[in-house]
Design a protein. Structure first.
Length: 91
């Protein structure tokens, strides 16, 4: 990957929400931001939709992978809930 790419989507967290490094589990309407950087690492951050603060999705960054496919997998994991963490590979 030679350039940074970013995807953002709103997602309703399933029961048990999404696990973050900073504040633990967050639930409800969230926004997921996935960034694939030139270093090959894929980073995942979540926020309460329309909030200012972003939190690191636990397990982020992932060393490498298709950032868009990993973004889709992270969305699916957050929808499922259960303290969702960054996916290691697409679902």
């Amino acid at each position: 990957m030679t350039a940074s790419h970013e995807w953002r989507d709103e997602v309703l967290a399933g029961p048990g929400g999404a696990m973050t490094d900073e504040v633990g589990v967050i639930t409800g309407p969230l926004t997921l931001r996935t960034t694939g950087g030139p270093d090959g690492k894929v980073r995942f951050e979540v926020q309460y939709t329309d909030a200012d603060e972003w939190y690191t999705l636990s397990g982020s960054p992932v060393a490498h992978g298709d950032a868009y496919a990993l973004h889709a997998a992270a969305l699916a994991a957050i929808r499922a809930g259960g303290g969702a963490e960054a996916p290691v590979r697409p679902a």
